[in-house]
Structures are given as C-alpha cells and as structure tokens.
Write a protein that binds this ligand. Structure first.
Ligand code: SF4
Length: 221
C-alpha cells in the first residue's frame, strides 16, 4: 500500500468512526499506564470493569506501592495473568516513585524501562496521555496492516516503522485508535466483514481475491 492509499484509508476511517477514542478509561497518565498493562490478553471492556473499582480506592503510584500483593491480586483476578500483572503494576509504581517523583515520564526511552511496559504500551502512553507522535502496534493493527500489504504481520516493530514512513507524524496517534477499532469491529481476525468494509476498494487482500474470483469465473471454473 502506498502513502496516498494509507492516508485515504485513515481519512475514511475517521468518517466511519467519528467518535473514535481510546476505549480504556483513565483520568491520569498513571491510570492509563496501569490500564494498558492490564489490557494484555484481555478486552478493554473487562479492564474498564476492573479499573472502575480499582481506581476508586487506588489512584497514584503511592497507593499502588502500598497495596498488599494479596489485595492487588484479588482485584486483578478478572483480567487474567493477575499475578504477573499485579507484580508489574506494583514494580512500575515503585520505580516511578524512586526515579521520577511519582510521575509517568513522557519519553520513550524512559517508558520502556518501566516494568510491564514494552514498545506498544510506551507508544500508547506517548500518543494518548502526552499527545506525541507515536504509533502503537497491537494484535489488531498487526493483522490489518498485513491485510493492507503494509507489513508482514509478524513483526510489530517493522509494522510501526512501515506505518511511520507512510503516514504524517501528526496522524499516528489517531491512526492507531482508528485501526484498532477497525480491526476490532470490521476487519476481524477470523471472518473479516469485507461486505460492510468502508475501505474494501483500497484493500489489496480483498481486491486480489475479487480479481482471482473474476478470473475463475471468466475461465468457467
Ligand atoms: S476488505 Fe476485508 S480484509 Fe480488506 S480491510 Fe476490509 S474487512 Fe479487512
């Protein structure tokens, strides 16, 4: 897919999802950090249900550093991998207190040193909490990018770079949100809803399939 086509895809998705926004609920960068850590292998809906209760009582790195392991694990149980996630959240809170005065840093190099934070989480925090040009690649973005012929669908890092080259910097954060929603609700993993897809005419997977079908029909097969 070329630059012009990907920009056209994002233009159309902006119209298709006019209310597009990050579906994780948070009030501060730290709450976003916790929510993104919890969202690994879990739906945003379930994370929001858990953080609704969690953030009523525990909001700051100080709160999370002081919480007992047992209590945190109990609260995080519904999001799965609760022991690992509890450990990551608590270690992250402790590191923020020790190194950053309890604030979430707004630099990529600092963010990825925080326990539980990889490239995807760091980029989500940069674009969502700090409005910086950053493109996060999750499972939906990886799949959709492959179908668009942007990247091989194997490497999130290569996908991040490929999209970064095709899109203007100031569109990256919004493009991430739009492609996540698009992958979640239209270009789904098993049976993509090509019949209702707003960008099917720009999708190489779809157009190649349609071309093959036409060729098959023309050959009488
Ligand atoms: S046409 Fe189908 S495969 Fe292509 S982007 Fe749309 S939903 Fe995905």
């Amino acid at each position: 897919m070329e630059k012009r086509q990907l920009n056209a895809v994002i233009d159309r998705l902006e119209k298709y999802f006019p209310e597009a926004r990050c579906e994780l609920r948070y009030k501060t960068p730290f709450e976003l950090l916790v929510a993104v850590i919890l969202s690994a292998q879990c739906t945003d809906k379930r994370v929001n249900a858990v953080t609704k209760e969690l953030f009523e009582k525990y909001r700051t790195p100080e709160d999370f550093a002081a919480i007992s392991d047992g209590e945190l694990e109990r609260l995080l149980y519904p999001v799965g991998f609760y022991k690992n996630k509890a450990r990551a959240v608590k270690s992250a809170a402790e590191l923020l207190l020790k190194k950053y005065g309890g604030e979430v840093p707004d630099g990529f190099d600092e963010l990825i040193k925080i326990p539980g934070v990889g490239r995807k989480t760091a980029n989500v925090i940069l674009s969502e909490a700090f409005h910086k040009d950053a493109f996060a690649v999750d499972t939906h973005v990886l799949r959709v990018s492959k179908r668009f012929g942007i990247a091989d669908g194997e490497s999130p890092y290569k996908t991040e770079l490929a999209v970064g080259e095709l899109l203007d910097g100031n569109r990256l954060g919004k493009a991430h949100i739009l492609l996540v929603l698009f992958g979640r609700y239209v270009c789904v993993a098993r049976k993509p809803k090509c019949g209702e897809c707003p960008v099917s005419d720009l999708c190489p997977s779809y157009m190649n399939g349609a071309a093959k079908e036409r060729a098959g029909t023309a050959n009488g097969s």
